[in-house]
Design a protein around this ligand. Sequence first.
Ligand code: C5P
Length: 297
Amino acid sequence: MSVTVRVPAKVNVQLAVGAARADGFHDLANVFLAVGLYDEVTVTPADGLRVTCEGPDAALVPLDRTNLAARAAIALAERYGRTPDVHLHIAKDIPVAGGMAGGSADGAGALLACDALWGTGASRDELLEICAELGSDVPFSLVGGAALGTGRGEKLTALETGGAFHWVFAMADRGLSTPAVFREFDRLTADRDVPEPVACEALLDALAAGDPDALAATVSNDLQPAALSLFPELSGTLAAGRAAGALATLVSGSGPTTAFLVRDAGSAREVAEALRASGTCLAVRTAAGPVPGATLV
Ligand code: C5P
């Protein structure tokens, strides 16, 4: 018997970052949107804990106990007094170290899959608590849709959306480490006061209205200068998407995936084609959101 869970990627339409806290994390106002690019996690009973992965980026995925899927299985097993004797197989379509919460998706997916396999009867709140221990973005991978994340991003408030938003994503030829990007943010902001992060009301209104032009006018990512500083070639990708007619261009989360907001599925195909032809990125995908979070299939 095995259980499979499908989990979406995310893009941050707003990522407001505060000053570093005493624990090293940063307070955020993080507006997440789940988009239709998915990893699938399949869990099967086994003699011990084992992780395997398939997909174009599979070679980049750690298969030991540092993998968030493994950590999720261990955390749930510990809580319910059992051993995590499962084979976790990840069918990976979300870019690795790309700023789209691919690792977090696998953590949330493994948690939901193990929970169903073992019939723990854990409540949604218990699962969310374990997610928050695993990583700042993992709770959002479980719930999906659109949400405002505060604290280090793990305290979620669901947001209303008035329709689907269409995106093009350009994948880079290497990853960026999230801690390294936050450190670069600290370095770039060392000589000034960093304001408290707050959600942008106009952006929340644009999401609620389902209005891509209004959303394009309000998207922002405070980590973008840090990501560009560590990965300057991304400016070329952003410029190519802008020239192709994207309504808004931004680095996704801590990068290096770049995200292009477009009006509809037709313009997504056009902008995707132009980005492929530009030679400024490794691969290009289109996806729309919001979509539901981790779901049993
Ligand atoms: O929570 P998560 O393990 O995904 O975070 C990875 C790293 O990103 C942290 O170790 C920290 O360096 C940085 N981070 C941060 N502030 C946040 C979230 C993450 O500084 N709110």
